[in-house]
Design a protein around this ligand. Structure first.
Ligand code: KG4
Ligand code: ZN
Length: 359
């Protein structure tokens, strides 16, 4: 893409300080959700999410080409809806925030082009947002009073990492997965026993009627003593057990049998306990006063319950994002954009997608 020079806009005038409560449009298209949201300051005026889960379901995972094509088809309607639900028009916006990475390049580009067009036409600042920072801050957007220091767990379909924050401005990554993401493990295990995509919600539901002690699954051990995470071993152990017991059916008729549910319950418990153990080790090491959980896997009922229980025992607080902000959404993108705007960290129209962007 040839970089276009950013035309002179309101932010080029040094007298133009951002409003205390700017009206920001957020755009998120990094994976399989087409999302747009409007925030006034930290208040969410609208949060529209068009999921493509139904489209990718039959393939058992996200197909990048289909994802970008569907983003293209839906982005205009999603933007219109976000603006109309917020009761504002493009003319009212102070800035537009967009996910620039990490994610699927073809998907990211759709959101970026929409954001650039709006920034150019309306002559407003464009703000580049790291998707993972969006997940991290989604907790504080909903719970602005969460005490610091905090340990945050981002658990999603693409990433699983742990962070330490002295306060909202200082975030340091302490650990991350060395292979699969936690959500990816849920999705792969579900696919293995013939359940649909995304696997997390269905495993969560079926595990409630399974015996979590039926299949012993041991957590990975890091030879260097690091607190990094790893999920591929759980998946391989489940695959081995499923094959040995003939549970790796492609098209099970109706609801899975008891033995499959026992396997799913055992898998979910092993993965959740592994994450809880890591979180609590870091809470103790860093003297944290709160635990913050975000990302799609934050919807997992066992993970929420266990972290709440452990936080209670440690007499610290636990905050998990609500489902509307757990999955990919643009409200969290607008919130990070608001912070960029306040700090004067404005991007320009040469902004490009960065699929491997680190956080
Ligand atoms: O954050 P997200 O929407 O997308 C990424 O940025 O990856 O997370 C989606 C992931 C999927 O892997 C999905 O299976 C998982 O979150 N997920 C769950 C649950 N609900 C969604 N995993 C476990 N339990 C759930 N209830
Ligand atoms: Zn995400």
């Amino acid at each position: 893409m040839t970089p276009e020079p950013r035309p002179a806009g309101p932010m080029d005038d040094p007298a133009m300080k951002p409003a205390a409560n700017p009206l920001i449009l957020g755009i998120e298209t990094s994976c399989d959700e087409t999302a747009a949201a409007v925030l006034r300051g930290r208040t969410i005026l609208s949060n529209v999410i068009a999921s493509q889960a139904d489209i990718h379901k039959e393939y058992g995972g996200v197909v990048p080409e289909l994802a970008s094509r569907h983003h293209l088809e839906r982005i205009d309607a999603v933007l219109d809806q976000a603006l109309s639900r917020a009761g504002v028009s493009l003319r009212d916006l102070d800035a537009v925030a967009v996910t620039s990475g990490p994610g699927l390049v073809g998907s990211l580009l759709v959101g970026l082009q929409a954001a650039k067009a709006i920034a150019y036409v309306r002559q407003i600042p464009i703000l580049a947002v790291n998707h993972l920072e969006g997940h991290l801050r989604s907790v504080w957007l909903e719970h602005p009073g969460a005490p610091f220091p905090a340990i945050s767990l981002i658990a999603s379909g693409g990433h699983t990492s742990l962070y330490f924050s002295r306060d909202e401005d200082h975030v340091v990554r302490l650990a991350r997965t060395r292979d699969d993401a936690s959500g990816e493990a849920f999705d792969k295990v579900a696919k293995l026993v013939g359940l649909g995509y995304p696997g997390g919600p269905v495993v969560d539901r079926l595990a409630k009627t399974g015996n979590p002690k039926a299949v012993p699954l041991s957590p990975p051990k890091m030879s260097d003593g690091s607190l990094d995470l790893s999920f591929s071993g759980f998946k391989t152990a489940v695959l081995r057990h499923a094959k040995a017991r003939g549970l790796d059916r492609r098209f099970p008729a109706g609801e899975p049998d008891q033995e499959t549910r026992d396997l799913l319950a055992s898998f979910q418990t092993a993965v959740v306990e592994f994450m809880v153990k890591r979180v609590m080790a870091l809470v103790r090491r860093e003297g944290a006063r709160s635990i913050c959980l975000s990302g799609g896997v934050a919807c997992n009922s066992l993970l929420r319950a266990r972290l709440a229980e452990e936080a209670g025992k440690a007499t610290i607080e636990f905050f998990a994002v609500s489902p509307a902000l757990a999955a990919d959404n643009a409200a969290m993108i607008a919130e990070v954009g608001r912070r960029r705007l306040m700090k004067g960290e404005i991007a320009d129209l040469s902004l490009n997608a960065d699929p491997g962007l680190d956080f």
